[in-house]
Write a protein that binds this ligand. Structure first.
Ligand code: HEC
Length: 136
């Protein structure tokens, strides 16, 4: 009878310690994910949107002109004229790079208008950096 009590206690103890170990692992996992999220830079966010849901890459290459002007050219003109890229993306500023083809760019505002200020800022950060030669 005593033996059974000992085994039972031991089992109960094992179960409890196993559970707390498992919880610790989950906690650590949670913290790790949290940190990783904070580490995603505006550049990376912008790059992901530019090449992903923004579909910008379909019309904008970095170096050369395709359907739209290259990012290098856009950034050069924006810096020369001290213009606000986010304001353009919010349709609050007129096109200054290639106004004749603005109608083509305009088709994409249906997508862009759903982006948050933070996302637009991230796109700007990415475009400026990419326009200056940064790739990662
Ligand atoms: C369907 C093709 C197309 C897509 C998709 C597209 N663009 Fe454009 N974009 C253009 C064209 C064409 C121009 C040149 C006309 C102009 O200057 O407005 C342009 C111009 C621009 C300019 C310069 C505006 C200016 O002042 O003249 C910026 C900045 C820009 N695009 C950003 C973006 C971003 C960011 C995205 C993705 C969220 C995007 N574009 C998606 C075709 C596109």
């Amino acid at each position: 009878m005593q033996k059974i009590a000992i085994i039972f206690t031991a089992l109960a103890f094992l179960t409890i310690s196993c559970q707390s170990e498992k919880k610790e692992k989950e906690d650590k996992g949670g913290i790790k994910i949290g940190t990783k999220k904070e580490e995603v830079s505006a550049f990376d966010t912008g790059k992901t949107i530019f090449n992903g849901k923004g579909k910008c890459y379909t019309c904008h290459k970095i170096q050369q002109k395709s359907i739209g002007p290259g990012v290098v050219e856009i950034v050069k003109i924006y810096q020369e004229q001290n213009a606000d890229l986010v304001a353009f993306l919010k349709q609050e500023a007129e096109p200054i790079v290639d106004p004749e083809n603005y109608a083509v760019m305009k088709t994409n505002f249906a997508v862009i208008k759903n982006f948050s200020d933070e996302e637009l800022k991230a796109i700007e950060t990415y475009m400026i950096a990419a326009g200056e030669g940064k790739t990662e």
